[in-house]
Design a protein around this ligand. Sequence first.
Ligand SMILES: [Cu+2]
Length: 151
Amino acid sequence: MKSLLKPFLLVVLLTFSLASLAQELQVQDPYVRAVPPGSPVSAAFMELHNQGSEQRTLVAASSPVSEVVELHTHTKVDGVMQMRRVESIEVPAEGKTLLEPGGLHLMLINLKETLTPGSQVEITLTLDDGSQIELSVPVRKTQMQPMSNHQ
Ligand SMILES: [Cu+2]
């Protein structure tokens, strides 16, 4: 029953800022990884869907729960997966970009509070045209994976 999905999508859409261009970029299924108390970092994942005819580029993100939010990717260095900061995350015209474990993600660095499963984290995405997308992202318990090293 596909109508089940609609209320959820509507909630996500309503959290968008008013910039009309930003509405062409839809965020689906966002979540933040729950981490044990005292853990300094966590990561956020989501699907970015671009319905517009031009590429959209994510250049920054921020959240009240951490001092810094960086855009990260994973790359293999000498056979070892490492996380690395990237300047931007592109979403192709009429395409999508996945932020997922083992790939692109938003890194929440120096957490100011414990991320409890079921709570919501506010995250603001900033695009290269200056428009912003405000998200309320659920904290989800995920299978713990060993954290990769940062360079
Ligand atoms: Cu990272």
